[in-house]
Design a protein around this ligand. Structure first.
Ligand code: SF4
Length: 181
């Protein structure tokens, strides 16, 4: 079995797989933020990560959803922020980097559907901005998630990181000095 998508599903379902493959929601998010950052992340290289992520607005502000932010639900490779009326809610402090957050949520919906056989709608919530956006797993999103899984596999199995390409958030990235000094 060589296709990373098939390997991921088999791994998640507990089948015997020669070369298990796992993708977390954070990996999906980083794939859309910066492929080089994903590679560093896959090697467990961490430098002052908390501050950098908060500065970029990619981490959940635990206080903005009050008590409910503690209702984190772990399901194999994924961890949902919370379920609300049967919908999967992904909470982000701001609407910067919306597409990475949208793809993280899309991956959760895909994982629920393909691995667990559960169809769900999603909501991307920005509590500090009082904004919410519905996310559905239509065919296009599904194709995008599976294409991203294959892309993530190519990156994390590479011997070296992708070349650095300048982005608006490089200054606040934990790996800045690995890329630009
Ligand atoms: S500094 Fe920029 S290019 Fe380097 S890992 Fe961070 S976001 Fe990516």
């Amino acid at each position: 079995m060589s296709d990373p998508v098939s390997r991921l599903v088999a791994t998640a379902q507990g089948d015997a797989v020669d070369n298990p493959f796992r993708v977390t929601g954070v990996m999906m998010q980083y794939y859309y933020v910066c492929e080089r950052e994903l590679w560093f992340e896959s090697r467990n290289i961490e430098i002052n990560r908390e501050n950098a992520s908060v500065a970029r607005g990619t981490r959940v502000d635990e206080s903005s959803y009050g008590e409910r932010s503690q209702e984190n639900l772990r399901l194999g490779m994924i961890a949902l922020d919370l379920l609300e009326d049967g919908r999967v809610v992904e909470v982000k402090p701001s609407s910067t980097l919306t597409e990475p957050a949208r793809m993280q949520l899309s991956y959760y919906l895909w994982y629920l559907d393909r691995v667990l056989g559960v169809e769900r709608e999603g909501v991307l919530a920005h509590p500090t901005e009082r904004r919410r956006e519905g996310v559905s797993l239509d065919d296009d999103r599904c194709d995008k998630v599976e294409s991203a899984i294959r892309g993530i596999h190519a990156i994390v199995t590479a011997d070296s990181p992708p070349e650095a390409t300048e982005k608006p958030y490089c200054e606040s990235c934990a790996y800045h000095d690995f890329c630009w000094v």
